[in-house]
Design a protein around this ligand. Structure first.
Ligand code: BGC
Length: 776
């Protein structure tokens, strides 16, 4: 754990430079605009420990798989988010001495991530070996108002004496991925050009042949007056620099404005990339830095207006939730259905590919409630577009008849994961894809989605489950063998309750979807039947036979669902009995010992109970929660949020709050000692869930929003906005009660503590605590 980040409502602040925290801070202070993003590397040279990271959404490289023992069915490659051209480089020398924070004496170092306005600021005073001191103030942002543009304002002032400043404005495409399997570089150069103060570098990825053009334009002012600097161009392979020298007097402020354009073949034909970059640079420099920053602030104000959560009385919690919301909005904007949300967003390389089940299971609800419906819909369409690949993926494993297995990790729909116990066995991800369709329709009422896209996906997923189960003569029931549940600390188990339950639910839901589309969209239904060769009668019969006879392991004596067939044979110890030295298990114990232990990595049975909460009575939820939580080590960042929501539901406010804190400040305080690899972006959506579904008690039931809120003791109040079916609601939970305001013209009915309240357009209502007490 670390606690060097200053507590502040709106800003992430680091004061004082500690090189040991540099990689951690590079992750925390990351920037993104949905199209591209980057770690908070320094503009100037830094020879200390660092992890360079510039990423362009959707641009990946298929790195040849590296495994010790090849198994049939493994994918040939692992698609990696690619470290791309580094455009921020502004290398400074004063009288030939290079500015390098690893070598200079640093004072007054301060870094601020201004989340409200969406920009990063850094300032420091450096004294170089030649005793020259200079003050630097650097501001940069990636525009969400114009998502092809980024800009830096880099100010340098010599504090004592005059000096010769040499400035090298770089575009460096000679970069590599730290996680490259064969130490290979993934880019080749296509073209470069430089003219006066502009430079453009076009690169292409090997194998996937994505092209990116990165452009820069540099303007330099001296004490506020534009300096007509002459630039010399320095060229190298995949590298361009615009270099200039200036004689600078003590106290004179030099400002380097560096406008950047990041353009890729995801959005333009290769032949048009350079022009598109030039246009973007023109737009940026015509506006100028201040106006661009103003546009950025305004765009962020708009985002915050609908997605902010305000916590009164607890600044650390406030900062935590805002940091999570900020990172989520930086990572995915929902403009492009080919993009998705990687577990690290744009903050690091770990987890390589972009899409995990995290998106469907954790992220979807955030975007459903805080953005236009099309944003969440695009996340579903992403999987629809990968259906063919999911069918191929299942075929490779021996499934047939249009059965689909969605990949564990993917960029383009193909499986990238290559550990048999996960790739072949952690198949619950298929259920999450189906659940997301259900969740989206439950929330939006857009049942038309089933006819347009959803049904085909559901049928293919149902076909997979129907083939993956087998009939047990012994049990006279269907069983599912060789499974890894969400709890990756048990592999190759039989009858993982979560996966069995989810599979059974999928089969039922697919059958309901068939009925719905057949009845309401007859023509489309016929097309789907023909396209997918769907044998309605026999397939539905089979599905229903399976769901009516599916084995779901439980222990009647304990009154709990069983993690898997053999779970109770394991030595039953509790996490509280583990010594601190043994934690985290995945770093301290052998894998063999972990697998044989009863310790659970993340919500598993409880994940199922969370998804399908309405199917279980409170007693059952409590028994399972009380049994499994004490055995759970929460070594996945996705775990605490589910437990926070269930604890809140069960009235355990203290534990709900503790779990919440753990998710919300996971990266800010580096709980898991791994933030330097990147932030836990997908689990950030879980933090949002912990507030909204945990403390807010929000659910969608019978087509209505319902709330069953409580307020953590430490808080004075918390409020949030929720979009729901064309309405926008503001909910504030405070010590005296709940305030609801309909911010839209459309009337809607909201259920609070079990009572329906009709709200006309723009109506406000206060539900007093007395009433709350009576109802409770
Ligand atoms: C978790 C998975 C998750 C992955 C990416 C793993 O540690 O166990 O459930 O999908 O991280 O976030």
């Amino acid at each position: 754990m670390k606690n060097y980040i200053k507590i502040d409502e709106w800003n992430i602040i680091e004061e004082g430079f500690n090189p040991h925290y540099q990689k951690n801070s590079e992750s925390l202070f990351s920037l993104g605009n949905g199209r591209f993003g980057q770690r908070a590397n320094f503009e100037e040279t830094y020879s200390g420990e660092t992890m360079l990271g510039n990423y362009v959404a959707g641009v990946y490289y298929p790195d040849k798989t590296r495994v010790g023992w090849w198994k049939n069915g493994y994918p040939e490659y692992f698609a990696k988010v690619l470290n791309a051209t580094n455009w921020i480089g502004i290398k400074i020398k004063v009288d030939v001495e290079e500015l390098d924070l690893a070598k200079a004496a640093i004072s007054d170092f301060k870094r601020i991530l201004h989340m409200k306005e969406g920009y990063l600021e850094r300032s420091f005073v450096a004294t170089l070996k030649n005793k020259i001191s200079l003050k630097v103030n650097a501001t940069r942002f990636l525009s969400i108002a114009d998502d092809e543009i980024a800009a830096i304002k880099y100010s340098v002032t010599l504090l004592k004496g005059n000096g010769e400043l040499s400035i090298s404005n770089q575009l460096d495409g000679d970069v590599s991925n730290q996680d490259s399997n064969y130490d290979e570089k993934f880019w080749t150069e296509i073209q470069k050009e430089a003219n006066q103060n502009e430079a453009y570098l076009t690169l292409e990825t090997k194998k996937t042949l994505f092209q990116t053009t990165t452009g820069i334009k540099v303007e330099i002012t001296k004490d506020g007056v534009l300096n007509n600097s002459e630039f010399t161009v320095h060229k190298n392979d995949k590298f361009l620099a615009l270099n200039t020298n200036l004689s600078v007097k003590e106290g004179e402020e030099i400002i380097i404005y560096k406008y950047a354009a990041i353009i890729s073949s995801m959005n333009y034909a290769n032949a048009d990339l350079v022009n598109a970059a030039k246009n973007a640079i023109k737009r940026a420099s015509n506006k100028g830095f201040d106006k661009l920053l103003q546009d950025q602030s305004q765009a962020w104000v708009k985002k915050w207006k609908e997605s902010d959560i305000i916590i009164e009385g607890d600044v650390a919690a406030q900062q935590g939730i805002r940091f999570n919301i900020f990172q989520l909005n930086q990572t995915y904007t929902g403009e492009d259905e080919r993009l998705n949300i990687g577990p690290k967003g744009f903050t690091g390389e770990k987890y390589g590919g972009s899409t995990y089940w995290d998106t469907e299971a954790y992220c979807l609800p955030f975007y459903l409630s805080t953005a236009d419906e099309k944003v969440a819909k695009n996340l579903l369409i992403y999987r629809y577009k990968h259906l063919e690949k999911a069918i191929e993926n299942a075929q490779k494993l021996g499934f047939s008849n249009g059965a689909a297995l969605y990949p564990m990790v993917t960029m383009n729909g193909e499986e990238c994961h290559n550990e048999w116990e996960i790739t072949f066995e952690e198949i619950h991800r298929n259920g999450a894809v189906a659940f997301a369709i259900f969740n989206y329709i439950r929330y939006t009422d857009d049942a038309q989605y089933l006819a347009d896209y959803g049904l085909e996906v559901l049928v293919a997923i149902a076909r997979f489950w129907a083939q993956r189960v087998n009939w047990s003569e012994d049990k006279k029931q269907y069983v599912m063998l060789g499974i890894t549940g969400p709890n990756e600390y048990e592999n190759n188990v039989n009858n993982n309750w979560y996966t069995n339950y989810l599979a059974s639910w999928c089969l039922n839901y697919a059958a309901e979807a068939v009925d719905y589309v057949k009845l309401n969209h007859a023509e489309k239904y016929q097309k789907i039947v023909a396209k997918n060769n769907f044998k309605e009668v026999s397939e539905l019969q089979k599905w229903s036979h399976i769901t009516n006879n599916f084995f779901l392991p439980e222990d009647k004596k304990l009154g709990i669902y069983l993690q898997q067939d053999g779970y109770l044979d394991k030595e039953q110890t509790l996490v509280s009995e583990l010594s601190m030295e043994a934690r985290p298990l995945n770093q301290k114990w052998s894998w063999d010992r972990i697998l044989r232990s009863c310790f659970i990595k993340q919500a598993d049975v409880l994940q199922g109970i969370y998804f399908f909460e309405d199917k279980f009575d409170e007693e059952t939820i409590k028994r399972n929660y009380d049994f499994y939580e004490p055995r759970t080590v929460h070594e996945s960042s996705l775990s605490p949020c589910v437990h926070a929501i269930l604890a809140a539901k069960l009235g355990d406010e203290k534990r709900a709050y503790d779990f919440y804190l753990r998710t919300s400040r996971l990266d800010l305080d580096d709980y898991n000692n791994d933030t330097e690899d990147g932030c836990h972006t997908t689990s950030m959506a879980g933090t949002w869930l912990a507030v909204i579904e945990g403390f807010g008690g929000m659910r969608v039931r019978n087509g209505q929003l319902s709330f069953n809120p409580f307020i953590p003791e430490k808080w004075e109040a918390f409020s949030f906005k929720i979009r729901f079916r064309g309405s926008l609601l503001n909910i504030k939970v405070h010590k005296e009660g709940v305030y609801i305001e309909n911010l839209s013209v459309k009337e809607l009915t909201v259920n609070v503590f079990g009572i329906n309240h009709q709200l006309e357009g723009f109506e406000k209502k206060e539900i007093a605590l007395e009433k709350v007490d009576q109802l409770n």
